[in-house]
Design a protein around this ligand. Structure first.
Ligand code: GAL
Length: 347
């Protein structure tokens, strides 16, 4: 392992203690702040003192700020009478957005994309909206969101796309489709250094991962795609690039239940991909610490520093799902490794 310089994430908010969590007294309108560590799997509060509600999240760094986007889960978790498998869901409410300069103090910016009242609309409460990811298109100046949009029975298997002029929204929903006429469920978007973007999506009934090259405006596929991890049922893709090589962290396919993570590497983003193995180490590593990957965020201003973000699902009470964020470290033979740490510490 490389020498480890541990640091609790630096607070850029001068008036708050490091890792502050604040609660507002509604009667006096005053805030009480206390310094806390972000403990894995515990409730993380935003700067208003409310639980951070951003599941299946993605992150974007833009103009000096991190933006966190995720499934905003409120209300009951529903398992329909007709369900033949554990397709637990919550009503669609929208995609939340939080901002932070230090990855620890998160300000709620509201719903960047909101649910829709039309029962036929993809974003109606009765549907499913998962794994939103937002990227910035430098050529158009637009923020582009891709998400997994579903029918309540998970048969739609489509991608929904929305755009905004601002990272905090409001995002205008443009509609949904199956990229390259193939199913699209768990998904992420990756923008390469040359500005080209790609959607990674679990397809063919989650058996095979598609990498779909996107158009210059990031709004649709170009038609160029590759099939990867054929028949291996990989989900929850999170992509990052280091020293010119591409990495994809994935989960297995067991619904809301945890399973073993895998990481693969490629010299070309469209593949071929070479399996490295399970990067997780420590207690319950073979169950991804009872969590599932969702995104990997490069930490700004630090070399070789990538924060791997996971969801610890609570399948029968999805709004009470929690988060696990762990930095990736590099082994002596230059392989990515994700050691357990009971709190979020950037190394
Ligand atoms: C998981 C997937 C989640 C959600 C869930 C539904 O495999 O990663 O995002 O779709 O299945 O059971």
């Amino acid at each position: 392992m490389k020498p480890v310089i541990a640091l609790i994430i630096l607070s850029a908010a001068a008036s708050l203690p490091v890792g502050a969590q604040c609660c507002k007294n509604p009667e006096t309108a005053t805030c009480t702040c206390r310094a806390t560590a972000m403990i894995q799997g515990e409730q993380w509060l935003d700067t208003d003192g409310n639980p951070i509600n951003a599941h299946g999240a993605g992150m974007l760094f833009h103009n000096g700020k991190y933006y966190l986007y995720g499934e905003y889960k409120v209300g009951e978790t529903i398992l329909p009478d007709w369900a033949t498998w554990e397709c637990y869901r919550t009503d669609v409410t929208g995609v939340s957005c939080y901002s932070s300069t230090d990855l620890q103090n998160w300000k709620f910016e509201g719903l960047a994309l909101k649910a829709h009242e039309d029962p036929e609309h993809d974003l109606h409460a009765s549907k499913v909206l998962e794994r939103p990811k937002v990227v910035y298109n430098a050529a158009t100046g637009k923020f582009v969101m891709w998400a997994h949009v579903e029918s309540a029975d998970y048969s739609k298997a489509a991608a929904g796309v929305a755009v905004s002029d601002s990272p905090t929204g409001p995002f205008e929903y443009l509609g949904s489709f199956r990229p390259n006429n193939a199913m699209s469920r768990d998904q992420t978007i990756f923008v390469d250094d040359d500005g080209k973007a790609y959607q990674f999506a679990s397809s063919e009934n989650n058996a095979t991962m598609y990498i779909n090259e996107l158009s210059d405006d990031y709004l649709r596929p170009t038609g160029k795609f590759t099939r990867n991890f054929i028949g291996e049922s990989r989900e929850a893709p999170a992509v990052f690039k280091r020293n010119g090589r591409y990495y994809v962290l994935t989960s297995g396919c067991s619904g809301w239940d945890p399973n073993q993570a895998q990481i693969a590497v490629a010299d070309n983003i469209m593949g071929p991909w070479t399996l490295i193995g399970d990067p997780c180490t420590g207690p319950d590593a073979d169950k991804t610490f009872y969590a599932q990957s969702t995104y990997v965020q490069p930490v700004q201003g630090k070399t070789d520093c990538y924060l791997a973000m996971f969801d610890r699902w609570n399948k029968t009470d999805l709004k009470n799902s929690r988060y696990v964020w762990l930095p990736i470290v590099w082994t002596d033979d230059d392989k990515p490794s994700i050691p357990w740490n009971d709190k979020v510490e950037i190394r």
